[in-house]
Design a protein around this ligand. Structure first.
Ligand code: SF4
Ligand code: SF4
Length: 68
């Protein structure tokens, strides 16, 4: 089981990671970040397989670590 470390204040809400995740782990948060965007949140952490697809597609390096 994997786990990601997400820096919500770097997220610019493009949601590329939401589409890239094969397990639908990520979802839009309901509170804005310091940039004024609705960032992603880790919605179903228990389903994460640590594939790192989310980190690979993020243009803002907001997903900082993926544990396998
Ligand atoms: S890909 Fe990066 S910037 Fe885009 S929504 Fe996901 S975490 Fe945020
Ligand atoms: S590591 Fe893979 S399974 Fe986990 S959130 Fe990222 S894309 Fe989804």
């Amino acid at each position: 089981m994997g786990r990601i470390v997400l820096n919500r204040d770097k997220c610019k809400a493009c949601y590329l990671c939401v589409d890239a995740c094969p397990k639908k782990v990520l979802a839009q948060d309901t509170a804005v970040n310091v940039l004024g965007y609705y960032p992603v949140k880790v919605n179903k952490e228990e389903d994460c397989i640590g594939c790192a697809m989310c980190a690979r597609v993020c243009p803002d390096i907001a997903i900082e670590k993926v544990y396998k």
